[in-house]
Design a protein. Structure first.
Length: 265
């Protein structure tokens, strides 16, 4: 009689089950959901009020409200900040023994990482949708690109955040310390955020910051999202998508390699 050997579930099933597990864990922590949504809304509120006087400067596009200029950039920035949570979540799973149990199961290591990435993308999408609704209802966000352009900008922000989450997952897989993970993440994010076109036109920055902003990849992602939302001639979208794909591929490669190292290291 032939012996039947169980080889485990299929790759998509493993990803789906593990993604659902991460989402359920998130929903069981309402305070975390609340504050993860509140943070970008506070950022939008503060920046829309603090920098609103920029509309009267010579470098600001004429006839544009600051909320229309700001919100597409906040979408990209929020997706970038949310990507850090992917790395922190992986470190937490490593420290609480969850991943040690996963290693005893017939599942592929990459499915654990992909599930973490996808669950955080779902959470980020929820954040961005609420932010757009908040901008429309509270600050009068009315982009020329309408709903289609705004959704396209949201999609681009999600792709950028998805790619960057692979970078933070890779860092987490190698450093395996939550404190170090947060330090590295914030050191990377703040220069990217403020040395870019996110909050003020590049022409309004000091000369040395202009030089940095012009080579800052976040500037190209923000400009592309802004062009989509405001129905401007769309430039840089293909470049932003291609760059995101390359970043995701490199990050995923190093994430899997780091994840396969023994947890005791």
């Amino acid at each position: 009689m032939a012996t039947l050997t169980w080889h485990g579930s299929s790759y998509p099933t493993q990803v789906l089950v593990l993604t659902g597990r991460s989402l359920r864990a998130l929903l069981r922590t309402p305070a975390l959901v609340f504050f993860s949504v509140l943070q970008p809304l506070i950022m939008l509120t503060l920046f829309s009020q603090i920098f609103s006087s920029i509309t009267s400067t010579a470098n600001f596009p004429p006839g544009m409200t600051y909320i229309n200029y700001l919100l597409p950039a906040i979408l990209v920035n929020t997706a970038m900040q949310s990507s850090l949570a992917s790395g922190i979540g992986l470190v937490q799973d490593m420290s609480n023994g969850v991943l040690a149990r996963f290693r005893s199961l017939p599942i592929r290591p990459s499915t654990v990482l992909l599930a973490r990435n996808l669950s955080d993308a779902v959470r980020t999408a929820f954040q961005l949708v609420l932010m757009i609704a908040f901008g429309v209802l509270v600050f009068g966000f009315r982009p020329d690109g309408g709903m289609a352009g705004t959704l396209a900008a949201l999609g681009l922000a999600l792709v950028v955040g998805w790619a960057l989450s692979w970078v933070f997952i890779a860092i987490a897989a190698w450093v395996r310390k939550a404190e170090l993970m947060q330090t590295v993440g914030f050191l990377a994010m703040f220069p990217l955020m403020f040395a870019s076109s996110a909050f003020v036109p590049v022409g309004g920055l000091p000369g040395w910051l202009q030089a940095i902003a012009k080579v800052n990849p976040l500037t190209y992602a923000v400009d592309a999202a802004r062009s989509l939302a405001l129905a401007h001639p769309v430039t840089g979208v293909v470049g932003a998508l291609a760059t995101s794909g390359a970043i995701a591929a490199v990050g995923a490669y190093f994430a899997v390699r780091g994840f396969r190292r023994p947890l005791s290291i």
